[in-house]
Design a protein around this ligand. Structure first.
Ligand code: HEM
Length: 416
């Protein structure tokens, strides 16, 4: 089946440091040719399982291989969540819930939240998720062209999110604007990008604070159904959850639940648009859509996951000081040749898909059932209504990278 597209990797130079390879990346965060981020990580992985990267006035370490990724993610005592700004070294002024919690506090939140994203709960949403995808694609299909990112990949998971939360779907455009500012600030200077993201986080927090206040002011019987209403009565460790905690939870949901599915859909569709034999396999055999979604998750992971060392330690022969940041690059890990046979080859019929695109250890993705469901529905509804399409040849696709890898736009065309 189709290979993942080979493009020029981003401009990096790698030298052998005292203990592990050191990679100098000339631009972080700026738009670059689509898929060059994964290609750059392929180069880094070839240099070693852990690579040191100078960044702003500091440096961090990047784990590139599957086995070492598990070593870090499954040892939360030694490698807890990273809570310091990479740019300033200061403690960040927020604690996203549950992602930035550790130990028993984290476990208590996971117990509270897990039932809302269980397979049973997500299966029950199927018709609404499918209807939302169908509505968006039916609107696009007669046009014969679209920007897949703007017209579908951003709108679909955000609309599902609003429905699950019990928030008005007409709020979609505001949410999309904030989401873009937080996750794709389109700003090569990391400090300016950080300021823009912080301003948008402030706007999201304000929005949710207002929603909570309005809901509390309503009579219980008038409150719209959904997670936002349920959450008003949540208890944790036998005490009510505070509004401040709810805001930290909503902010995380906003970032973890929306852009991730968007980003994954864009890479998956970029692959299918440029590998007609793979697309045909899906169109001819729509029943394999779950396998298609799974293999695309393996070949194009999107999240770089940060941790920080709780004490001086060593990993892969590389000394790490307490407080230093280690980023587990899942976009590299999914393509590790020590774990996956012929990893740049996209094979929907892989025997055992052992990818960890949803992470590993106690912080493994809470929303993986929802994500898988949205991906399968997104791919299957699109190919049912628009089976033949191609990337507009007049256009150079670009992507932004950072904590999250994502295509900025993907103009597609088809005959109508
Ligand atoms: C393709 C889509 C997605 C991918 C690839 C993805 C990936 C991940 C990864 C790698 C982590 C682990 C982060 C860490 O270890 O620090 C994570 C955590 C998380 N994800 Fe997802 N995610 C996706 C979709 C979603 C969705 C739809 C939701 C909505 C509920 C969601 C909610 C969360 C939450 C709440 C966490 C934090 C869990 C914790 O810290 O205990 N994710 N996700």
């Amino acid at each position: 089946m189709g290979k993942t597209k080979v493009v020029e990797p981003a401009p990096i130079t790698i030298e052998q440091g005292e203990h592990c390879p050191v990679a100098h990346i000339t631009w972080v965060g700026a738009p670059r040719p689509a898929l060059s981020g994964h290609a750059m990580l392929d180069v880094m992985r070839a240099a070693g399982p852990i690579v040191e990267i100078p960044y702003v006035n500091t440096k961090f370490f990047m784990v590139t291989q599957h086995e070492m990724a598990l070593e870090v993610l499954q040892n939360p005592k030694l490698f807890p969540q990273n809570v310091h700004s990479m740019e300033t070294g200061e403690r960040v002024p927020y604690t996203f819930i549950p992602q930035m919690l550790n130990g028993p506090e984290h476990a208590a939140w996971r117990r509270l939240l897990a039932p809302y994203w269980s397979p049973r709960k997500i299966d029950a949403l199927h018709e609404r998720v499918q209807a939302r995808a169908r509505m968006l694609i039916e609107e696009i299909a007669p046009r014969g062209e679209c920007d897949y990112v703007k017209d579908f990949a951003l709108r679909f998971p955000t609309a599902v999110f609003l429905e699950m939360m019990g928030l008005p779907v007409d709020q979609l455009d505001d949410l999309l604007e904030w989401e873009t500012a937080i996750l794709h600030p389109d700003e090569p200077d990391p400090m300016v990008a950080r300021d823009k993201a912080m301003a948008a986080q402030g706007a999201v927090t304000q929005y949710f604070a207002q929603v909570i206040a309005e809901r509390r002011a309503m009579a219980a019987a008038d409150r719209p159904a959904g997670i936002v209403t349920d959450a008003l009565d949540w208890q944790i460790d036998n005490r009510p959850v505070t509004d401040q905690e709810l805001l930290q939870f909503y902010l995380l949901m906003f970032m973890a639940g929306l852009d991730t599915v968007t980003a994954e859909l864009t890479y998956g569709m970029a692959h299918l648009a440029t590998n007609p034999e793979d697309r045909k396999e899906l169109v001819d055999h729509p029943e394999i859509v779950d396998k298609v979604a799974e293999e695309l998750l393996r070949a194009y992971p999107i999240v770089n996951v940060p941790r920080e060392a709780s004490e001086d330690t060593e990993i892969g022969g590389c000394p790490i000081k307490a407080g230093q940041v280690i980023t587990v690059s899942l976009p590299s890990v999914g393509r590790d040749e020590n774990q996956h046979e012929d990893p740049l080859n996209v094979d929907f019929y892989r025997d055992m898909n052992t990818h960890i695109t949803f992470g590993a250890g106690p912080h493994r993705c809470l929303g993986s059932h929802l994500a898988r469901h949205e991906l399968s529905v997104g791919y299957s509804e699109w190919h049912r209504l628009i089976p033949e399409y191609w990337v507009d040849e007049n256009y150079v696709a670009t992507e932004s990278t950072g904590g999250m890898m994502a295509l900025d736009s993907l103009p597609l065309k088809w005959n109508v």
